[in-house]
Structure formats: C-alpha cells, structure tokens
Design a protein around this ligand. Structure first.
Ligand code: GTP
Ligand code: SPV
Ligand code: MN
Length: 596
C-alpha cells in the first residue's frame, strides 16, 4: 500500500482526477502481486499476449496502433515562456496556450478507465544524482514498461518527503489519434504532457521526456549533464577498468556497444566489457574533479531487428525473462517472438507486427513493408538480467568517465575513429556531428542530418546555450576532463557494403581510445584531429585487409570541403547563441582542410 502525504503531489493528483475523470484510481507500488494482476488484466483485454512461460518466463507481446510505432519529432514541443529559450532546433509553443490545448484534448478521457499513478526514481533511490517523477497514465502497457524501465517503489515517496522537486508526467491515450498527438515538455514547471500515443519514447515519460528533455534543462541550471549516452566499462589486460560514455543517435549502436562481447583474440589477452547503461547518462563532476556518470534507467528499451546470438547475445539474454516485446512478429505455434535478423531464416509462418498472418514466401527483402517485425520494434528488458552488467551499476556515485565518444551513421566522410585535439575540439565534433536517420523516429529513413551530441530530438533548451554549457563543463574539469573522440562503424564501399565488421570488433577502437587516455598509443595529427595509423590499432585475428583499414582511417579533402559548407549552414541557425570558441574552431578546420 502506498501512503502519500506530499501536498504538492496530492494537489496535482486532485487536479488530474478532476480533469481526466477516471472511474478508478490505483497507485502502483512495484509489488510482484500487483504486477501479476495487471499482466492478467492486460491479457484478458487483449492488450498483451502471454508468451510461452517455459521458453520466455514473464514475457509478453504487445502491438501498438499501426500509426503509432516511433517517436514523433514534429509533434514534440518545448514550452518555455520565451521562444528563444527553446531555441532553433525545437518546436515551441507558449505554455498557457499548450496547457489549454492539451487539457482540452485530455479532458474526461479517463472515463471508463483506470488512472494509474506511478511513483518512480530515475537513478538509485536516494542517490544524490537521482531524480523523482510521478507519471499518471491510463495504459497498463505504460505501467508494465515503467515497472521495468524505472525504479517504482513506495520508498520513492519516503525519500521525496515534502519536497516539490519532482517531475509531473501526464499521459493520456485518448483515442491514439495521430492528428491530435502531442509530446510536450514544460521545463520551467517540471511538467510533461503526452496525449494520443501509446508507444515507447512518447509515453514512458521517465525516459526521453524526463531523463533527457527536462533533465538537460535542470542540468544546465544545476551544473551537470544529461546526455543520450551509453556507459560501458572496458577492463584491459593490466586489470584497469576505463569507463567510456558514448552518444550515437537513435538506432545507431549504443545498446550494442554497451553490451559488446570481446573478439576471441582480445578476450584471450584479458579484455573484459561491463555494461552500465545503453541510452542515457547523467553526469556530474565528483570531488576529485573527474566526471562521474550514472545510468538513470532500470531497463533497456532496445531495438529488436538485427539482435541475435552473434551480434548481441547479452541483449538476447536480458530479454529472455520478465520482458515486453513491442511490435515484433509472433510465432503463435511456439509461443515465441521473431524479428528480422534474429535467425538467418524466418519461421515459415508468423503473425506479423500488425497482427496479420505472414508467410516466409511472401517476404521480399527489397520491400520493407513485407517485414514481419516493425523496423523500430523493441524489447523492454530488466537491466539486472544482463550477463555483462557492471558491479558499479547501483553505485550511487556513478563511474568515472575516461573518454566520451560521438558517432553516427556516415557512409562516407567520417573515418572509423579520430580524437579531438582538446575538450573544445571535442565539443566542436559533437556540435557538428551528423547521421543518417533511422526508423526510431517517424519520417524518412537514411537522410543525413546534423544531430549534435545525438541530442537534436532531446535537448530541452536552446542548443546554442547547450554548446556553451558543454564548454563550461570542460573549463571546470580542466585536465581532468574526459578525452573526446568520434567513431563511425558505418562507412561503406562503392557497392554499399559496410567496410568495418562492427559489433564485437569495435572493442579494437575502444582499445585505441583507452590507449590515448593512458598516453600509451600513437596517432598522427590531421586536419580534423588525431587519427590512428593502422599499426596503432590491435588487428590481431581481425579479418580486414590493410588496404581497407587504410581506407577507413583516411579522410578525403573534397568530402570535408562539402562537410564544412554544411557545418557553416548548420551553425548559422544558432545566430548569437553559437559560442565564439566553436566559430573559431570552424575557421581553424577550414584552413587545415584547405591546406590538405
Ligand atoms: P536507441 O535505442 O534508438 O537509442 O538505439 P541504439 O543507439 O541503442 O542502437 P542499437 O544498439 O539498438 O543498434 C541499432 C541497429 O544498429 C541494430 O539493428 C544493430 O544491429 C545495428 N548496429 C549496432 N552496432 C553496429 C555495428 O557496429 N555495425 C553495424 N553495421 N551495425 C550495427
Ligand atoms: C530512441 O529513439 O533514441 C530510443 C527509443 O531510445 S525511444 O524510447 O522510443 O525514444
Ligand atoms: Mn535512445
């Protein structure tokens, strides 16, 4: 049972009750009994399908509406009093206007439904790096996902006490109408309102809405960082563990890198990899002046397609119990799930992600619409299932970060890896990074766009100020600041094939990065930063020719001239908000590329 005495919570809940008009109100307490009851109810209504409980204990399948399968960036708003504070990269609306519009949409929409109240902590309950939220929702799917993705417990309320420092989150399914779908953040009020969706990042409000959009706003005010980053620990043969934080845009490999399995040749030398987080990092400067990171989440909301026993066995193991599968294909005969890439060959017959019968012979690899699973289908899996989970996962102080890496999907231009000459050089790299778009957001796939620090859809304030905040954090840390790198696993040859094998082999690149942090490995200075020579990378047992290695470690003058022109146009958007230092770094890059 939950007893809440916090007046700020009680009065907000009263307001929500009046607005939404539910038939019933239920506090979520995180208990196994309540979770079981909700699972049964969801199965009875058809909202969830129970999978074979011997093969996949505690696992369920869910299908969303066909028009509701990804984040909707054009319907996501940052509602600050001043438009300027949302900046040129966010949709903006005045708070009063947006509250009125959303309340009108949500009004009375819980009639005949239950209002679930979820008290949750982002980060270990009670840690000084953690934050608390309350989500109100009319979706059992949301409740069951939040129970995996966050720490839900009455203890959250005990820790909060009478404080008003918590994030209000209202989710209302309404009728899942895409025309009236809105995902809105009110960072000045610590409030999130999401209406007319029932999909992942749009409705699990602790994740992108709170832990990135609201938290990035808070972090700037309070002097810390909320980033779209994985956190991974790499133990080298000397026994030293270095933690690396990495920002790649959605569906660009964070989960895979966080759960990497060392290739045999490196495993034999003693390398080991530990997972701390796969999507979000909250980072603060510790007493020793170094940057410390926690993963505020408690689960993985991972991309299913492409996940298999070879590419990411740790993810598969994580999703083998107590997990929810969203928009994957259903193997009704077996009581299991399937997605493209899980096995070489699909089962003969499946139910596709839309709920229709699907036959292998009807599949056409050239036509994405014949896929059995949605390209953005996902698993929601408890972190504690992950075989590679770091012992430091629950450490309330977080882990010290040696290196930060940026990366994305670039068929050309970006080499496999390079290092920024200093912190500002690294911030320049992050602020100009680009990637080809993926199915994680609604809209065209494969279009190159600038996605600074992989935060374009997630920065809760003016991105020019965000760059300035990054520079300031570096100044505070001085020579204790992590080194900053850029990686690209996705370079292609003329035929369109990936040149780099990726996945486990990416450890070779992390190893060079660690070597750079320790000062034990070489590099050459180039126009864009420090580049490894082929011999600086451990290629023991790697089946990639020297020619290809040289190719992916090279940069092309013409491609970078084009890149510079695009960066100039990108920087234009920020006007006076662009830090002078970054403008200077662009001028230096221009001069160096010109001299190439
Ligand atoms: P979000 O959860 O959307 O933030 O995505 P993410 O960054 O965690 O991406 P994830 O690791 O789930 O990878 C997305 C897709 O990229 C999957 O289909 C992977 O199989 C593929 N992928 C990941 N790492 C590599 C790699 O090193 N090389 C190649 N070629 N593909 C990769
Ligand atoms: C992403 O799109 O970056 C995700 C999935 O991690 S979602 O939670 O839907 O945002
Ligand atoms: Mn993500």
């Amino acid at each position: 049972m939950i007893s809440c005495e916090n007046k700020t919570i009680l009065s907000w809940l009263e307001e929500m009750k009046k607005l939404l008009n539910p038939d019933e109100v239920l506090w979520i307490d995180g208990s196994d009994e309540q979770r079981e009851a909700l699972r049964r109810k969801a199965c009875a209504t058809g909202e969830m399908t129970m999978l074979d409980q011997e093969k996949l204990p505690g696992c369920y399948l869910h299908r969303t509406a066909v028009n509701d399968v990804a984040r909707v960036e054009d319907r996501t708003f940052i509602c600050t009093r001043e438009k300027q504070d949302a900046g040129p990269t966010n949709n903006w609306c005045a708070p009063d206007e947006m509250y009125e519009k959303l309340y009108n949409i949500a009004r009375g929409s819980y009639k005949g439904r239950v209002m679930y109240i979820i008290p949750y902590s982002m980060g270990p309950i009670g840690s000084p790096l953690s934050k608390i939220g309350i989500e109100v929702t009319d979706s059992i799917y949301v409740v069951l996902n939040m129970l995996i993705m966050t720490r839900v417990s009455p203890r959250v309320l005990e820790v909060l006490g009478e404080s008003d420092d918590w994030v209000r989150g209202l989710h209302a399914k309404v009728n899942v109408d895409p025309e009236n779908r809105f995902i809105c953040q009110f960072p000045e009020d610590n409030t999130i309102i999401s209406v007319n969706s029932a999909y992942g990042g749009n409705v699990l409000l602790g994740k992108k809405c709170f832990a990135l959009r609201i938290a990035s706003f808070q972090a700037r005010k309070e002097g810390w960082m909320a980033e779209h980053m994985l956190i991974v620990g790499v133990k080298n043969p000397a026994g030293k563990i270095h933690y690396i934080a990495g920002a790649f845009p959605s569906a660009c490999g964070k989960t895979n890198l966080a759960m990497l399995i060392p290739p045999e040749a490196l495993a034999e030398k003693g390398y080991e990899v530990f997972t701390v987080g796969d999507d979000i990092a909250w980072m603060r400067i510790g007493e020793d002046g170094r940057l410390y990171a926690i993963n505020p989440e408690y689960g993985f909301f991972g991309v299913a397609p492409g996940t298999n026993t070879k590419s990411n066995p740790n993810a598969l193991a994580s999703a083998s119990k107590g997990s929810i599968f969203t928009n994957v294909a259903y193997n009704e005969k077996e009581g299991t799930v399937w997605w493209e890439g899980l096995t070489d060959e699909a089962p003969e017959e499946l139910i596709d992600w839309k709920g229709n019968p699907w036959r292998r012979e009807d599949y056409n690899s050239a036509d994405k619409s014949t896929c059995a699973a949605n390209p953005n289908s996902r698993f929601t899996a408890p972190v504690i299932n992950c075989p590679s989970l770091s012992d430091e996962f629950e450490n309330p102080k977080g882990v010290p970060i040696s290196a930060i890496i940026f990366g994305g999907r670039r068929a050309k231009t970006a080499p496999l890896v390079y290092q920024g000459v200093d912190w500002a050089g690294g911030v320049f790299i992050g602020s100009t990074m680009a990637s080809e778009t993926t199915a994680a957001a609604a809209g065209a796939v494969g279009v190159t766009r600038r996605d600074p620090m992989a935060m374009l859809p997630f920065c809760g304030y003016n991105m020019g100020d965000y760059f300035a905040h990054w520079l300031e954090m570096g100044e505070k840390m001085g020579d204790k600041a992590p080194k900053i790198f850029n990686v690209n696993w996705f370079r292609k040859n003329e035929e369109g094939d990936f040149l780099w094998p990726g996945f486990g082999e990416n450890l070779r690149v992390l190893n060079w990065i660690i070597g750079r942090c320790e000062g034990t490995v070489g590099a050459v200075e180039s126009a864009i930063g420090y580049l490894p020579r082929v011999e600086d990378i451990d290629t023991d047992g790697l089946e990639v020719s020297r020619e290809v290695m040289e190719d992916i470690l090279s940069i092309d003058k013409q491609a970078w001239e084009k890149e510079i022109a695009e960066i100039e146009a990108h920087y234009e958007k920020f006007g006076d908000k662009l830090p002078e230092l970054l403008r200077e770094r662009l001028e230096i890059l221009k001069k160096k590329v010109f001299e190439m």
